[in-house]
Design a protein around this ligand. Structure first.
Ligand code: G3H
Ligand code: 13P
Ligand code: ZN
Length: 331
C-alpha cells in the first residue's frame, strides 16, 4: 500500500521554490540519516522560521531503513508544530539513480525526488528523467533533474573532474522532461575535500580562496530559463574551525577548502533556490563528538556526545539559514 506525502503533513517544492525565486533566497536542503540530525534541522529551521527540505540519499535509506525515515519525517512535521511554528517541510530523495528507486520513494511518502541522470548521455538523461517526472507528477510529487557533472564523492561514486552545465542544453532538457527544478554544475563539488590549498589563492587577510564559482554560466542559464528554480549541490563551506577541532582531537582530515559563504550568498540571491549541504553537518558533528571523547574519556552514554553534536549542528544550520541562504523568516 502506498502512502502520500500529504498524509504525512509534508509539502512538495512548488510553492517553496516559487517564493524563493521571487524573494531572492535559497531553501536549505540538509541531509539526514539519524535522530539527532533531524532534531537539529527542525530546531534550527523552526527557530529561524525557515522552510526546509529534508534530504535522504539512497545510502541513507539503506542505512536507516526507509520506513523509519519516512515516519521520522512525519514526526518532524509534528515536532515543528510542537515547537510553535508550522514551517513548510519537504521530504526529498537526493541523487536518485533509477526510476525504480524514485517510484519507491514517491510511493512511500516522499514529496520530492531527484533523478540524477547526469552520468548518462543527454538523450538517455532526458528519457530517464521524463519517465520519473510522469510518475511523480501523477502523484503530486516534484522532480529535480541534473545537467552537468560535479566533481567529488557522492554515494561512493567518485567523479574526478567536473563538467560544467552547458547553458545551450537547459531549455531542451527542461521542456522535454518537465522537471520542476534543475541542478547545475558551476564549480561546486561533493564531499569535504573540495579544493586543496594549492588550488587556492590567499586574500588580503591570508584566507585561502578557491577558484570562484562560474557565475557567468549561472547567468546564462538564468537568461535561458528566467524564473526557473536552479539547484546547487556540493555547497558545503568546510569550516576550518571544525577541521582543526577534528584534527586536534585525534582526527586525520586533509587540508581542504570549501565553497566560500559569500559566493553561496550571491548564488542564493539569483535563480538558485535550493542549496544542498551535507558535509558541513558531518564535520560539525564529528568535531563535537571527538572533543567529548578526548576531554571526557569516561563518558559512555551516547546522549552525552550525540547531544553536543546535535547542538553544534543546530548552531551551524541557524547560521546557514540566517547568513548564507537567506531563508530565515521566509516560512
Ligand atoms: O551528495 C551526496 C550526499 O552528501 C549524500 O551522501 O550518499 O553518503 O549519504 P551519502
Ligand atoms: P556537500 O558534500 O558539499 O555538503 O554537498 C551535499 C550535496 O550536494 C548533497 O546532495
Ligand atoms: Zn549532491
Amino acid at each position: 500500500m502506498s502512502t502520500s506525502y500529504k498524509d504525512l503533513g509534508l509539502v512538495n517544492t512548488t510553492e517553496m521554490f516559487a517564493k524563493a525565486v521571487e524573494g531572492g533566497y535559497a531553501v536549505p536542503a540538509y541531509n539526514f540519516n539519524n535522530l539527532e540530525q533531524l532534531q537539529a534541522i527542525i530546531q534550527a529551521c523552526v527557530e529561524t522560521k525557515s522552510p526546509v527540505i529534508l534530504q535522504v540519499s539512497a545510502g541513507a535509506r539503506k542505512y536507516a531503513n526507509s520506513n523509519l525515515l519516512r515516519n521520522m519525517a512525519r514526526g518532524a512535521v509534528e515536532y515543528a508544530k510542537e515547537l510553535g511554528c508550522e514551517i513548510p517541510i519537504a521530504l526529498h530523495l537526493d541523487h536518485g539513480d533509477t526510476f525504480e528507486l524514485c517510484k519507491d520513494c514517491v510511493d512511500s511518502g516522499f514529496s520530492s525526488v531527484m533523478i540524477d541522470g547526469s552520468h548518462h548521455s543527454f538523450e538517455e538523461n532526458i528519457v530517464l528523467t521524463k519517465k520519473v517526472v510522469e510518475y511523480a507528477h501523477a502523484n503530486g510529487v516534484t522532480v529535480e533533474g541534473e545537467l552537468g557533472v560535479l566533481a567529488g564523492v557522492e554515494d561512493d561514486v567518485v567523479a574526478e573532474q567536473s563538467h560544467y552545465t552547458k547553458p545551450e542544453e537547459v531549455i531542451e532538457f527542461v521542456t522535454r522532461t518537465g522537471v520542476d527544478s534543475l541542478a547545475i554544475s558551476i564549480g561546486t563539488s561533493h564531499g569535504a575535500n573540495k579544493f586543496t590549498p594549492d588550488q587556492c589563492t590567499r586574500n588580503a587577510d591570508g584566507v585561502l580562496i578557491p577558484p570562484p564559482l562560474r557565475f557567468d554560466i549561472l547567468e546564462e542559464i538564468e537568461a535561458q530559463l528566467p524564473g526557473f528554480p536552479i539547484v546547487l549541490h556540493g555547497s558545503s563551506s568546510v569550516p576550518q574551525e571544525d577541521v582543526e577541532t577534528i584534527n586536534k582531537f585525534g582526527g586525520a582530515l586533509k587540508d581542504s577548502v570549501g565553497i566560500p559563504e559569500e559566493q553561496l550568498r550571491k548564488a542564493a540571491k539569483s535563480a538558485v533556490c535550493k542549496i544542498n549541504i551535507d558535509s558541513d553537518g558531518r564535520l560539525a558533528m564529528t568535531a563535537a563528538i571527538r572533543k567529548v571523547f578526548v576531554e571526557k574519556p569516561g563518558e559512555f552514554d551516547p546522549r552525552k556526545y550525540l547531544g553536543p553534536a546535535r547542538d553544534a549542528l543546530k548552531v551551524l544550520y541557524m547560521h546557514k539559514n540566517t547568513s548564507v541562504l537567506g531563508s530565515a523568516n521566509k516560512a
